[in-house]
Design a protein around this ligand. Structure first.
Ligand code: BDP
Length: 335
């Protein structure tokens, strides 16, 4: 054995007790320093992005730098459906997700993707901050995702390049992009439209080239990724109120001490408070900006016909998910 090897052996031997201690600490959930990554689809400056940045800063400060969170805005860590799976596996630590695409793997989250399930944004807050949010959160935890805060995403409305939509019949024959979830396919088909599930990043080009005629989203997202440039009719159907979450991989969560977990929960709550405030202002300014850019916005006097047309979405969903009937009933009968 030469000198170098000898040194190496000594070093390795010296490191072993440290490694053993680290493993023991992990099992016990004792505090560990960690650099973590957060997935986000929105660009910097979007309310959700600012709220994540605030979360990252608070976590780093309150844990004395034991945990650092680097937020990757603009979807650079991949598409949302992929990121949801990555979080479940622990390959990414945090994500700021719409509950829409989560429905494919977490049935409980689908209750908020039923058209017109919430009667208003204040009602959505009330239910998400209470029993409904708890039931959805429990479903998410079972699938490896821990919610830390519920964000607002307003209401989604249809927009397209052809004409204003005033009645469900106006959707007939239109090719509409939807988020990745069978419920949204059924929703568009219930009005005779052709639904195409597609990643958010691909929608601009698809609208531009006519692969789809339209899509549906809230005003801030319609504005932030420039869909308003290529689909100039925005019709306020407000058919979906889908909250979003700031959430964490359970794999990463389980490695933290109780004290660190408490810090993250509090920072998540603060982050949601900030996001909700920023959201309100952004919704108004986005709608103003797109109108100033020439978008034709129309309101829908009576949304009843849309609600009736979309009723089959409920029937199919409840038939396939009998264990969620009670939760859906609770939501539909809430004031
Ligand atoms: C936005 C959501 C985002 C979705 C996007 C979409 O905030 O999470 O990816 O809609 O339509 O409103 O894909």
């Amino acid at each position: 054995m030469n000198f170098t090897t000898n040194q190496t052996v000594k070093k390795v031997a010296g490191a072993l007790p440290v490694l053993a201690l680290t493993a023991a600490a992990l099992v016990a959930g004792t505090a560990q320093a960690a650099d973590m990554r957060a997935w986000n689809i929105h660009p910097a400056g979007y309310p959700n992005s600012d709220a994540i940045d605030q979360f990252a800063a608070e976590v780093e400060e309150k844990t004395d730098g034991e945990i650092t969170v680097k937020a990757y805005h603009g979807g650079v860590l991949g598409s949302q459906p992929d990121a949801i799976e990555q979080i479940r596996l622990g390959a990414i630590d945090f994500g700021q997700f719409s509950l829409g695409p989560m429905g494919q793997s977490i049935p409980e989250t689908n209750v908020v993707s039923l058209p017109f399930i919430f009667k208003s944004i204040p009602q959505m807050y009330e239910l998400m901050d209470g029993e409904v949010g708890e039931a959805i959160g429990a479903g998410m935890e079972k699938k490896g995702i821990v919610p830390l805060g519920w964000y607002d995403a307003g209401a989604r409305s249809f927009y397209n390049s052809q004409k204003p939509i005033n009645t469900p019949a106006d959707v007939e024959g239109l090719k509409i992009r939807v988020m990745n979830n069978d419920l949204f396919v059924g929703m568009v088909e219930s009005m005779g439209g052709n639904a195409t599930p597609m990643a958010f990043a691909e929608v601009y080009q698809s609208l531009k080239t006519g692969v789809v005629d339209g899509a549906e989203n809230n005003p801030p997202s319609y504005e932030s990724v420039n869909h308003f440039e290529v689909a100039q009719f925005y019709s306020l159907t407000e058919h979906l109120i889908i909250p979003e979450c700031l959430c964490m991989s359970k794999v990463s969560w389980d490695k933290l001490s109780e004290e660190q977990q408490a810090i993250l929960k509090t920072a998540g709550k603060h982050s949601a408070e900030t996001q909700r405030e920023l959201w309100k202002a952004r919704e108004t300014s986005s709608l103003e900006n797109v109108q100033a850019a020439g978008v034709v916005v129309n309101t829908i006097a009576d949304k009843g016909p849309f609600q009736e047309a979309m009723e089959p979405v409920y029937e199919q969903f409840l038939e396939a998910n009998p264990d969620l009937v009670e939760l859906v009933d609770m939501m539909r009968s809430a004031d």
